[in-house]
Design a protein around this ligand. Sequence first.
Ligand code: B12
Length: 300
Amino acid sequence: MEKRIKAYLRELGFDAVGITSLIDFPTFETRRRVREWVFAGMHAHMVWFERSLEVRLNPRRLLEGAASAVMVTMHYGRRYINPKLKISRYATRRDYHRVFRKLLRKFVRWAEKEVGGRFFTFSDSAPVLEKELAVKSGLGWIGKNSLLVTPNLGPNVLLGGVFTDLVLKPDDPFPYDWCGRCNRCVEACPTGAISEYRTVDARKCVSYWSIEYKGGSLPPSVSLHGWVFGCDVCLNVCPWGEKTPERANPHLRAKEDVFENLTTDNILRMGEKEFRRRFEGTPVMRAGLETIKRNIRAKR
Ligand code: B12
C-alpha cells in the first residue's frame, strides 16, 4: 500500500514523498519549541498562528483518528525570471496552494477507491507543523534558516501533505544535519531575523513585513531592503541551493511574460484590473495591489 501511495503521488508530479506516524506527534520538545516561539512574540501580528496553536499541536483535531501523515515536496527552481524585480522566486511561479490542493484532492479520490481510509489535505492552508513532519518523513533536515533542506533539491522546495486514519508503515526520519559549520544564511539575513535555534523571529523578517503584514504603511523602523514580495536571501546563499534545477517543477511554471521586463514603476502605475490580469494564479495575488505598492514605496 505505501509503495502504491508513493508511486501515485510521484506520478501526479510531486518531487518527493515521505510517510510518518502521527502516534506520539508532536513530541514534548516540539510543543515546547512552538509554544516558546509564540510566547516570545516571534509570530508578530500573525494572530491566526496563536489562535490555531492547540490545533497545530494536535493533528487529530483536523482529522479524527489521524494515524499517519504523507508529506510531499515540489521544487520551484533556482532561476529569477526578472532579476531586477525583487520578488521571491516561489511567488513568480503558479500559486502552489492551488496546485497542491488540486493534486492532493485528486490523490484522495484515487486513495479512497484504491486503499480506503479518510483523508485531510493541506499545503500552508491549515494549522500543521509541515516542516517537522517532513523531517520525520525522511524528506530532509531543518536548516539553520529554519527551512526544510532536501538532499536532492536543496531548500527551494514547497511542502504539503495529507493526514489519514490509515496506519501506514513510516519512513525513517532524516538522520543527518548537513548544515555543518556553514552559517551563511544566519550571517546574510539583512535583518538578523534568524536565531541560533533554527527559528525565525517574524518581527524582523522581510518576508513577514512584505507578505503577512497588512498595515497601510510599514513602521518607520522596518526596511524591506528593496524586496517587493517575500525575501530569498537565506535561500540564495545556501550552498545546497546548487542542487535545485534552474527551472521549476513543470506543475509550478507560470507564464514567464508576466514578470519579464516588469518594473516597479509599471506596478506603481497599475490599476486593479491590470494587476488581476497579470498576477492571477500567482502567490503575488494574495498580497493585493495596495500592499505591493506599499512595499515598493517602503524604505530601502
Ligand atoms: C509562519 C510561517 C512563516 C513566517 C515565520 C517563518 C518561520 N520560520 O516560522 C514568515 C512569514 C516569516 C515566513 C516566511 C517564509 N516562508 Co513560511 N511558513 C510559515 C508557516 C505557515 C508556519 C511555520 C511555523 O510553524 N513556524 C513556527 C515555528 C516555531 O516553527 P518552525 O520554524 O517550523 O520551527 C520548527 C522547526 O524548525 C523545529 N525545529 C527547529 N530546530 C529544529 C531542529 C531539529 C533537529 C528539528 C527536528 C526540528 C527543529 O522546531 C520548530 C517546531 O516544529 C509554514 C507552513 C506550515 N504550516 O508549516 C510556512 C512555510 C514554512 N513557509 C515557507 C516559505 C517558502 C517561506 C519563505 C521562503 C517565503 C519567501 N521566499 O519569502 C520565507 C522564509 C523565511 C524563513 N527562513 O523561515 C515554506 C517552507 C518550505 C521549506 N523548504 O521549508 C512553508 C513550509 C510553506 C509550504 N507549505 O511550503 N513563513
